[in-house]
Every structure is written in structure tokens, then in C-alpha cells.
Ligand binder design. Sequence first.
Ligand code: PLP
Length: 358
Amino acid sequence: MSDDLGPLAARVPAALRGAAAYHVPQPPRILAKLDANELPFPLPAELRAGLAAALADVGLERYPDPRARRLREVVARQLGVAGDRLTFGNGSDELIALLVAAFAAAPATILTPAPTFVYYRLAAVARGLPIVEVPLREDFTLDEEGFERAVAAHRPSVVFLALPNNPTGTLWRPAFARELAACHPDVVVVSDEAYLAYGGDSNLAAATDNLVVMRTLSKVGMAGLRVGYTVSSPAIAALLDKVRPPYNLSTLDQAAAVYLLEHAAAWCAARAAEIVVAREALAAELTGLGLQVAPSRANLLLVRVGPGAATLWRALADAGVVVRAFGDTGPLAGCLRITIGTPAENALLVAALRSALT
Ligand SMILES: Cc1ncc(COP(=O)(O)O)c(C=O)c1O
């Protein structure tokens, strides 16, 4: 596929021309999909049947409810927050883009630790906004003083902190987000709690003024839906509503999310708890195979393999196990990120690793 835009290239911001699209390599035969941090368990038959019945009544001839009122009611009730503090997005990816777009008055800089979730950077680049990245320490912990200095020096519009972080799995001190927000009332601090179910500590109670809590259904069994939300002040929610495409959540997404939150939340939470147990067992097994595994509070393990990482990725792919690789430059050079799978998937991974490493 040619990427030559001809004379249109000059119309594209330089940072966007130089950026790479989010691309996930897919081997032809996948037996264990451990590359996207999903909860791997399919819904049981009873919940599937209930979901099918709930969706059967959905009318598709009209546009979706732009306010997602039913879903708003359910989430507001479950979290114990007022409905006018919620903003729904087509996945939290969309909410990240909305936050960046809403607080884009010049000079607007986006500040994140690095490495972290790649879409923060992509969303900034897409808007032509500068991004400042504060390197994590060697052990992937957050350099709080360095981060504070960067906030003071760059006066960012939005700061993203993934608590726990992807792709490292590290849980930084959640109170740090609250402290930053309290010290810098003109900075939006986003506490991205995508992996909360696997070992976070929520900032929900502190989500006021300039601290925004972001959650997604993707990591707790509903990645196919594309539903995320923020809890913010009503003023920020009203602002996000101005940049949100009015029908960003389809009627099917809304109805499915309502059904699943009302009927499947306990099932999802129990499966997530199983993943936490499996994560610790898998970390011990991988360490036993001589791999260097970063401590994780998410549903993933970051493993430092070294120069053989690409070869190991290929050997795993040939065995039908797909994990995430990061190339051979930057702080994640030589690393692989492994999502915790079902017991069968984890066993397949360990067998493939054992045969590749011995
Ligand atoms: C930290 C973090 N935030 C947000 C997301 C986006 O999730 P979604 O757009 O599926 O809600 C991800 C996905 O991997 C993530 O790792």
C-alpha cells in the first residue's frame, strides 16, 4: 500500500506524517491471543441468551440516544455518582481524544510518563499538539520529582497517568494524581483506571474540578463493545459534550452495556480475580524459565528478553501464541508484553516458551 499523498502531504502536520498507525501483527493461526489485554473468557450460555433477548428488542431504524440515558443511569447508580458527571466514549480511546481536543487552547502540551499507553501520544499528534514524555525509571517506577518538574516547566493542558500502567503493569502511587491535581488547578489530570479490576486503587472519590477518572469496559470482558466513560466535574462533562460526536455510542453498544453491567458484572469480576491469581503463577513460571518479569498489577506481564525478543516473538507466533513486541529501540527494546489468558492459553504459552528457550 503506497503512503504517498502527493501534493496533499504538505497539508498534513509533520508530526503526523512521521507517526506510525497503531498496528497489531496477526499471525495466520492464533491459538492463544495474548496481545491486547482483554479478559479472555467468553460469556456463559445463560448470559449470552439474556444478552440476545435484550438486543432483540433494540430498534435500529433510529439514531442512538445521544445522552445514553439508560446506560448513564446504570453507571451512575453502580458508582454512586451523579449522572451529569459522566461522559461516555466509543472506548476510552475516544475519551482520550475528546479530552485532548477540549483542552487544546494554545499553548497546549500533553504530558505523560514513558513508556505508557500509546494512544495518549497518537491523540496528541493527531491534533498537532506537542507531547512531553517523562521517562520512567529503569524498574518502570514513576520519577515523581522529575514528573513534577516537567509539569512546572511545560504547564501541560492534560496529564495522563495510567493506574496501573500499560504496557509495564506497574501501579504508581494513585495519590500522586490527586496531589498533582491539587497543586495545579489549571492542569487536567486523568487517572486512567482501565486495569483497576486487576489491582488498582481508584481515585474516584477525588474526581472533582481538574481530576478526571477514566474507565473502560474493555478490560473486564467487553472489549468488543467499545464503551468507556469518564467521571469528572459536571463542567468538564459539559465541555466534553461539545466535542463528542453526538451518536458516538451505537444503540447496540448502549443496550449491551446496560444488560451486561446489570447482569454480568459479578461474573466479570470473578473472572478478573482468577486472572490475578493466574498472573502471579505465570510470573513465577516465566521467572523460572530465566526471564526477567516486571511486577504487575494489571492483566499483563512485561518480560525483558533482550536481543532475542524478535526471534522469540516469531517462535511463539509459529506455535499460535501471539504476544506484543516493541521493536529494538527505545526503553522497551527487547521486551515482550504478555496478556494473561485462560488456563489453557497460559499453558500453551509456557510450553511454547520452554521449547523456544531450551
Ligand atoms: C491504559 C489504557 N487506557 C485506555 C485503553 C483503551 O481502552 P478502550 O479504548 O478499549 O476503552 C487501553 C487499552 O489498551 C489502555 O491500556
